[in-house]
Design a binder for this molecule. Structure first.
Ligand SMILES: [Zn+2]
Length: 285
């Protein structure tokens, strides 16, 4: 699932590769992918890409005509640059933006989505409407690069695990990085934000910034185009149930929900107490 660091590196690498490129054609083979109909996507033919940037967990492709394409990858989407056109039988393509050939090679920006569900979406609109678009306007402050103001997290009594993933509170954190951030800050996922000591709140905000900065540095030093379908992520705790915590050696525990898993270190985050496994407790009811 692409979150802030993954979307940021995608935007940077693609921007370096395609800024200035002229669009040959644009189309949406994904039947439900376009959430806007005017202006039409195929009207981008002949336009030029000014740049590609990130907003929250979304991507924005800016064109010289003054239009921008806002893209949400959701849980299984990816935006890639391909050296060959997608074949007619390719079922993963949602949006195809064909670019004028570069040094003789074909180039195609491809919004792809894996799995059976089609949830990734895109909207084409004037660039100056991006910030007032309903999906952008509701975003809280960006989790990175500027530090999140402390009041954003301490003025509510919601549990940290759901609060941090709420894009209206802070933009950019999802189910992977929330585990990492809470582990770095040594805080329980279910601690209520209003109960944070000032020193804990500082640690949490520093963890958000530092983990994202480190992840972006990691991707920046290791990734080049073409981006792999699955990025290798520098994770310490998420997806590592049963492995030893790299700081204290305790086994990492998990709470399983129907379609995702929360991972944490019980010794350092929950006072040595394992959290109730929701899957088990449901079965035992
Ligand atoms: Zn530990």
């Amino acid at each position: 699932m692409p979150e802030l660091p993954e979307v940021e590196i995608t935007a940077r690498l693609l921007d370096q590769a395609v800024a200035g490129a002229k669009v040959e054609s644009a189309m949406a083979p994904g039947l439900n992918v376009m959430k806007s109909f005017k202006p039409p996507l195929d009207g981008l033919a002949g336009d030029r890409i000014d740049g590609i940037r990130r907003r929250g967990k979304m991507l924005v492709i800016d064109f010289s005509s003054g239009l921008s394409l806002l893209i949400h990858l959701m849980s299984a989407g990816t935006l890639q640059l391909h050296g060959k056109r997608a074949g007619p039988k390719d079922r993963t393509s949602r949006v195809l933006i064909r670019l004028e050939p570069d040094q003789g090679g074909e180039r195609e920006l491809r919004l792809r989505e894996f799995g059976t569900r089609q949830r990734a979406w895109a909207k084409l609109m004037p660039a100056d409407e991006i910030e007032t678009d309903e999906d952008v306007a509701k975003l809280g402050p960006e989790a990175w690069p500027d530090p999140v103001p402390v009041g954003v997290v301490t003025t509510t009594d919601r549990p940290l695990y759901s609060l941090l993933r709420d894009q209206r509170t802070i933009a950019g954190i999802g189910r992977t990085w929330v585990d990492e951030i809470l582990w770095s800050a040594r805080l329980s996922p279910f601690k209520r934000a209003a109960d944070l000591e000032p020193e804990e709140a500082e640690r949490l905000l520093a963890s958000i910034h530092d983990r994202f900065q480190a992840a972006i540095d990691f991707y920046e030093s290791g990734l080049t185009l073409p981006l792999p379908d699955k990025l290798p992520k520098p994770l310490e705790v998420h997806g590592r149930e049963g492995e030893a915590c790299s700081r204290c050696g305790e086994l990492i525990h998990a709470v399983h929900y129907s379609d995702y898993t929360l991972c944490y270190c019980p010794r350092e985050q929950t006072g040595g107490e394992p959290l109730k496994d929701r899957r088990l407790s449901r079965l035992l009811k």
